[in-house]
Design a protein around this ligand. Structure first.
Ligand SMILES: [Zn+2]
Length: 295
């Protein structure tokens, strides 16, 4: 149906069935359920689009040659989410490519995202913590071809030590990382460009999120790692309620919108070990997509 004049185009979110493999890991399974909810109209006006998978060549901007050789050729080894297999590699390449394509879409329309997770612990020369390739770092490098400064806001429950490892020295990248768990914590290299905060009191969580946004003031493009594992029932910090998560998503989106900063999101963490079903985790991730779609 043709759009009415002045009507906003639907939010384009990158995903295809290649993202999903048979596994016990949420990282490569939950996107299917999120996609189903989107297709059922539960996230508002959103369309799903298949990304172009990431290529070995483009990944060489963020990962070392030897490590990429292992990822692409080591058929007997392990990728971070399971034993090496063609479908698992295809899944990781598709969901990493989704981040790159989301950048292009956001530069055109102001917003996009990808149903990707398993990104922020991946380092230049190794995978870590269920993350094989760092799609956040790739997205930043792609955006930097068109804009001056990129900010990465990482609100996953855990720190993004991999993103820091790859991008710490980049003068046009700012990292703001607010975590509730010290896993993969990193040391600030430049306090003007790097902010890392560990929140232990849930009542301070939104305030620290606001501080992270204030720290990113002046950026030209926002990459948001929207982990749901901060939520108390999804493996996060006791006291971080669904209402807090919802408020967090609105604040991030409102902040970018008020400044007309193009933004993209990734799903990031959200696990069953807190007692939720995979369906409930998928539904939780809709908070991010709804907030971005409504804007
Ligand atoms: Zn996490």
């Amino acid at each position: 149906m043709p759009r009415k004049l002045g009507e906003k185009p639907p939010l384009k979110v990158y995903y295809d069935s290649t993202y999903v493999v048979k596994s016990t890991r949420e990282t490569v399974t939950k996107s299917l359920l999120v996609a189903k909810l989107i297709e059922a109209g539960k996230a508002g006006k959103v369309v799903l689009e298949a990304p172009k998978p990431a290529s070995r060549k483009e990944l060489s901007v963020i990962h070392g040659k030897e490590y990429l050789k292992t990822v692409f050729e080591d058929k007997k080894g392990f990728l971070e989410v399971g034993p090496w297999s063609e479908p698992l590699l295809a899944s990781i390449l598709a969901s990493t490519g989704g981040m790159r394509d989301a950048v292009a879409e956001a530069l055109l329309t102001g917003r996009s995202g990808s149903l990707s997770s398993g990104l922020h612990h991946a380092r230049k020369d190794s995978g870590q913590g269920f993350c094989t390739l760092n799609g956040l770092a790739l997205a930043a490098q792609v955006a930097l071809k068109k804009v001056k400064t990129v900010g990465i806001l990482d609100l996953d429950a855990h720190f993004g030590g991999g993103t820091f490892d790859i991008l710490q020295a980049h003068p046009r990248v700012r990292l703001a990382d607010v975590s509730v768990d010290s896993y993969d914590a990193w040391e600030l290299a430049d306090p003007k460009r790097h902010l890392a905060t560990l929140v232990t009191n849930p009542e301070r969580y939104l305030e620290e999120t606001d501080k992270a946004l204030a720290f990113l003031e002046g950026i030209d493009f926002l990459i948001y790692n929207a982990g749901m594992d901060t939520y108390e029932k999804a493996g996060g910090l006791k006291g971080i309620t669904r209402a807090i998560i919802k408020a967090r998503e609105s604040r991030v989106v409102a902040w970018a919108k008020a400044r007309r900063i193009p933004m993209i999101f990734a799903l990031a963490g959200g696990y069953k070990w807190g007692g939720l079903s995979l369906e409930q985790i998928a539904e939780l991730h809709l908070e991010t997509i709804k907030a971005v779609a409504q804007d």
